[in-house]
Structures are given as structure tokens and as C-alpha cells.
Design a protein around this ligand. Sequence first.
Ligand code: MG
Length: 389
Amino acid sequence: MSEASRPKNVVVLGSTGSIGESSLKVARDLPGRMRLVGLAANRSAESLAAQINEFGIKEGCLFDPTGLDQVRAKVSGNVALHSGEEGLVALATLPEADLVLIAIVGVAGLKPALAAIEAGKDIAVASKEILVMAGETVMSAARRKGVKVLPVDSEHNAIFQCLEGRSPDQVSRLILTASGGPFRTLPAADLSGVTVERALKHPTWEMGKKITIDSATLFNKGLEMIEARWLFDIGMDRVDVIVHPQSIVHSMVEFVDGSVLAQLSTTDMCFPIQYAVTWPERVSNRLPPLDFAALARLDFEAPRWDDFPALRLAKEAGSTGGTLPAVLNAANEIAVSAFLEGHLSFPGIWNTVERTMALHRTATHPSLEEIIEADRWARETAASQLTRT
Ligand code: MG
């Protein structure tokens, strides 16, 4: 049997989250291309057990060990069940796995990602933290081991498709598109009155809570700028953002000859997930095609750099590099949780991040330990800054 005709054996870390659910949809749609061999969830014992049973999975992991008995009681057949960080690493390094899709929110995906690379697996990255916090480390490890880092985020997947392996010196700009979030047209003076409920209503994408708030503040785009810088080995000064409310053009690449390539599709995460799994091939599916006549128009506008400081902060973190992106990321996580719990105003999110970044002493070319320490420091520092907003 040739390589291309054998389904790829895929492990999904974060299988019960929104990206995880979409990746299972792709697996259902393309059984001849994608075979799930391991699934890991954080706390959703019932959903994980149901997924394990549906796909006949032999290796599962529930990060929170307290729910493990609940999973065990529900799964049928002989299933090895793991928990905690060791469990995620065990799944990320399963001998039969070809590709490890990492869709865990937060820092927890970092060690499994590096373990997968060391074990010679390609990784598909949906967790922003991996490349934001440790982009330099992850990409150099991947180069050393000769494995691929495939982007699942719609913007980076679009750029990956437009680049088709071209070298960075042929690129003049990466242009990330941003929906602009629910407050794209809200006057700056009204941002302080934004409620949790309003911030959770995203105009185009159905996503988890953390990422929905991040797209309202534009921190999501800021984190993506940093990710793009590392994924494609492009200086931060060549990573640009354009607001595109319809979210149909998922991102673009401007080449040195002035030509721009864009990737378009309907707004469904199954598109980028499928491309990461079937790459370098394209295969047909049951996803809805684009109807240009129905769309009629695509709009573009400049981002509001002054009203949404997240972009500027991310640009600063990405240009400085070292431990600063990890600090931005961790401070933002703390601030978003505080906002969701009603302890912080909407602008308080970026104010907290900015103050935490200002207090940080950046270490250059950090080790993994230094990155994790910077993350810990930033969480503690950001928490101590919350009350001041
Ligand atoms: Mg995105």
C-alpha cells in the first residue's frame, strides 16, 4: 500500500473542545484519510468516553484524574486510559501516530508538542500558546528532527496554502485578516462599558469563550501575528493585519513581485483541519462550497491600532521576542478570566497586559524552563495588577 492511500494515524489532544469536535467531523467525513488513534480531553469525561466508543479508540487521556473512573465506567473494550501531563505526552508519542493535532487551550500543550516532535511526529498546531510562547524552540526542534509543523488556525493555514513552501526572501508581507470582532465599529469611548455577554457574541465564528474574548480585544490577532512570525520565519515588521468583517479571505501573502495570493473558503474550521491532515494532497469532502454571487462583496479596512492596543502590544512582544510573548500571553489569560468573572472591565484586559509587560525583564533565547517560569511570573504579576484597573 502506498503512503498516500493509507489513512494518517492522528492523535487529537483537546478532542472535546471546539477544534477537537471539528477534527472529529473531518475524521467522520474522511475515514480513508484520517484514522483517530488517541484522544485526550481536559475534564469532559462523558464526551471523551462517547468519542472513544464511537471511534474504537485504544488510547485515551483525561487530563483531570478525578474523572478517570467515570471514563473507565463508560468505555467499552480494552482502552488504555491516562491522565495529567504524562498522559498527554504518552498520547503525543504513541508509536502508531503519524500526526499529533494539538488543540489544548493554554500552556498545557507545550510539553506534549515538543515530545511529539522529539518522537519524530508531525504536529498540527491549533493551540496558539505553543508558537506564541516557544515559537523559536518549537520550530528549531522541528527543523532538527525533520518534522512538519502544520498550522490549523484558519489564518496560518491560509498563509501556509499561499506560500506552498516558498522561502521567506520571496515574501514581502504576510497579511493576516481579522474579523474585527463584535466591537469593530463601536466608538472608543464605549469600550469601557462592554459587558461579558456582548463580548461573547462573535459575528462570524463559533468558538470557545477565551478565544471569543480574544477576538473582541484583538489579542487573538496579536497572538496570531507572533505565531506567524515563527511559523513562517518572517520578521515581525513584515507581519501585517487587515480587518475583513466577512472572514471569507482567511489570510494573504504579498510576494516581492507585488502579487498577492489569498485563500478563501466558507467559515468552517473543518477546512484548515482537513488540509493539515491531508497535506500535501487535496481531497474532496462534503463541506459547503463558496457562493460568490450570494456573498456579493468582500470588505477590507485598516485595524484601529489606537483603540485596540492588543495589536501594538503583540507587535512589541513579537519584535522583542525572548520571554516577552509568553508574558503577554499569560497576562492576557489571567485578564480574560477576570473579565469573564466580572472582576475586570473590557479595556482592563489590555491595561493589565501592558502593565505586566512593562514590569517584565525579558530573557533572550530562553530555555523551555525560562519560558515556563516567565509564564508563571506573568500570571502572578497580572493577578496582582487586576485590582488597579
Ligand atoms: Mg484564527
